[in-house]
Design a protein around this ligand. Structure first.
Ligand code: ATP
Ligand code: MG
Length: 396
């Protein structure tokens, strides 16, 4: 009996995740019901949002799938990078950038080594990790969020104390961590911000990654990983307050560096695409932004980031803020919200100015000087940027 309850605990969140799909209300089919609930979610998991793409890829996928994988490695790469299937079905690109990077990441997951995605903030580490887990395991929710307060229990397992006190240690009293569930089900576990986790807690991953087992000494037992299990961790190499990754742990990961977008065009395309999908998801009553407006924001971000203008002629100072692609996306996105609700529905310079200033000026003293100088020497002088110059001056 205790065994039975044990599975119930492990399966609990799974059931509540899927539970809504199986209870028909008002004579609606379970599927309609599910659609309705999902339609009201602020953000769907990748495997929900792109369910039709994953299904179509699975149907046409004739290549060999590693044990417990939903798709073949080639199909996983197509899911991430997008493409046209032989049936004519269009798979949207999730990651924009070097194909090789994604191939290496996917190939790593077919081996017994875990995958570590590193890079500066906003280079789509979490995004890629979520989509990889969705494509490989059909489940991106087995997630451990790394923080300074992440404890060993949240990586290994915890206890249901009421049950522990009542019945003593048993499988039924065990609370499975996402990692443990992934091992049991042969899925991918995700560890976000690995280097924020204190070093000694990080090390509790070592046995799991090298021996593929998680000992439960209290029960004189263990959970052995099923085929298909792997770990994708992300870490950023810029933020303050991060811990070193121990070298013992480092050796158990294949590291893949996600770079910043190489060209303005690439970055514009990322921002345009994300803003469009976000706008749709948030049901913003605004026109998709004009490419030119996106290009200006991206150009400003890239110039301030690199400390030189795109023509390579003028040196400028960089602000303390990181100014990642992710932030460019959010500047355009909040500009869209302003345009939609308080403007004429088309993104203009005035709509993005406040977001832009907010993104650049993180340190009220230092960054203000940098921004002002950039505004006066670069923005003001550029052809066709007068409106932006004026809007930014008014804004600051
Ligand atoms: N090359 C890219 N292709 C597609 N989307 C990208 C790319 N680079 C950034 N993005 C977008 O940027 C956003 C932020 O990415 P994400 O949150 O994954 O960054 P991160 O690397 O995890 O950052 P952090 O270090 O702050 O956690 C996502 O919405 C993602 O779509
Ligand atoms: Mg992240």
């Amino acid at each position: 009996m205790s065994e039975e309850k044990g599975t119930a605990i492990g399966a609990e969140s799974q059931a509540s995740r899927e539970g809504y799909a199986s209870v028909p209300v008002d004579g609606k089919s379970a599927k309609d019901e599910e659609k309705e609930v999902r339609g009201s979610l602020l953000r769907e998991h990748a495997e929900q949002e792109f369910a039709s793409e994953l299904e179509e890829l699975g149907k046409l996928d004739k290549k060999q799938r590693p044990p417990n994988w939903r798709l073949s490695p080639q199909a996983v790469v197509t899911y991430l990078l997008g493409g046209k299937l032989e049936s004519g079905f269009e798979v949207s690109p999730k990651y924009i950038g070097d194909r090789r990077i994604i191939e290496i990441a996917v190939a790593t997951l077919t081996t017994d080594r875990a995958l570590l995605l590193i890079g500066v903030p906003g280079t789509a580490k979490s995004w890629v990790s979520e989509h990889l887990a969705a494509a490989v395991s059909g489940d991106s929710t087995l997630l451990i969020q790394g923080t300074a307060g992440t404890s060993e229990e949240s990586i290994r397992y915890g206890w249901n104390y009421a049950r522990l006190l009542a019945d003593g240690p048993s499988m039924a009293a065990l609370v499975f961590s996402p990692l443990m569930r992934a091992m049991q089900d042969g899925k991918i576990a995700r560890v976000e911000e690995l280097t924020r986790i204190p070093a000694d807690v990080q090390d509790s991953l070592i046995t799991v990654l090298s021996e593929k087992t998680l000992p439960i000494p209290e029960l004189n037992s263990e959970v052995q990983a099923t085929k298909g299990f792997s770990v994708i961790a992300t870490a950023n190499d810029r933020d303050k307050g991060v811990n070193e990754l121990s070298s013992a742990l480092k050796r158990r990961f294949n590291t893949v560096v996600l770079p910043l977008p190489k060209t303005v065009e690439e970055e514009v395309e990322i921002v345009r695409q994300r803003v469009e999908t976000l706008g749709r998801a948030l049901e913003l009553p605004a026109e998709p932004p004009a490419l030119e407006e996106v290009r200006r924001i991206v150009t400003i971000f890239r110039e301030l980031r690199s400390g030189v203008t795109v023509d390579g002629k003028t040196k400028i100072k960089s602000p303390t803020a990181t100014l990642s692609t992710a932030e460019a996306i959010s500047v355009v996105n909040s500009g869209m919200a302003i345009a939609a609700h308080f403007g004429d529905g088309t993104l203009s310079a005035a709509d993005v100015a406040s977001g832009l200033i907010g993104a650049v000026i993180k340190d009220p003293v230092q960054d203000k000087v940098v921004w002002k100088e950039y505004l006066e020497t670069v923005v003001k002088e550029r052809d066709g940027w007068k409106d932006l110059y004026r809007a930014c001056r008014e804004g600051s």
